[in-house]
Design a binder for this molecule. Sequence first.
Ligand SMILES: Nc1ncnc2c1ncn2[C@@H]1O[C@H](COP(=O)(O)OP(=O)(O)OP(=O)(O)O)[C@@H](O)[C@H]1O
Ligand SMILES: [Mg+2]
Length: 196
Amino acid sequence: MLLTFLPSISDMMTELSLNVLDIANNSISANASLIEISIKVDNNADTLSITIYDNGCGMTKEQLNKVTDPFYTTRTTRGVGLGIPFFRQEAIDTGGSFNIASELGEGTTIDAVFGLSHIDRMPLGDINSTIFTLVIMNPHIDFLYTYEVDDDKFQLDTREFKSILGDIPFDNPDVSTFIKSYLAKNKWEVDNHCQV
Ligand SMILES: Nc1ncnc2c1ncn2[C@@H]1O[C@H](COP(=O)(O)OP(=O)(O)OP(=O)(O)O)[C@@H](O)[C@H]1O
Ligand SMILES: [Mg+2]
């Protein structure tokens, strides 16, 4: 049957960095003014942890209970919300864990832990492009990005960039080139010149 050969939507999500983009888009829809994204690789614990916090509108207890159900969504263009259920399932499938905490009017935190060496763990993929896109496309939102491998880490805090740049926007070609190379150079160093 033809349908058997069609990829499911979850098969098309091939990099964890795309999940991060999707989850951060929820934070943007929730009118967050601050989004914190943290990626942490712990080789001893054999985990890859992804945390996304926002100070957006948050959810009621009732919404929160429904949110891991793929048929729950407040979007009006289609009836199912897939971002959170996929992300959760991908973490659980690698022997990891998933937690979502939200407070109405306060914000939302999603914690996903993946088995680092589990055969079903998707690669992190191009996380630099995800962060770059979020930062450039949403200049009115503050981002704190932390990338950590064992004892090494670096951060990108757009509030620091803004205080140095003053009125110069992030999409200024010199600034965007700088942000891109800042992400690339620092990740390369924290990764100890090898890819997660
Ligand atoms: N950070 C958040 N703050 C407030 N509400 C959220 C947040 N993340 C998710 N939600 C709520 O949970 C619902 C489900 O989110 P989910 O990402 O699973 O699906 P979606 O965004 O509706 O659709 P899709 O991600 O498939 O495009 C959202 O419609 C929204 O109401
Ligand atoms: Mg979503």
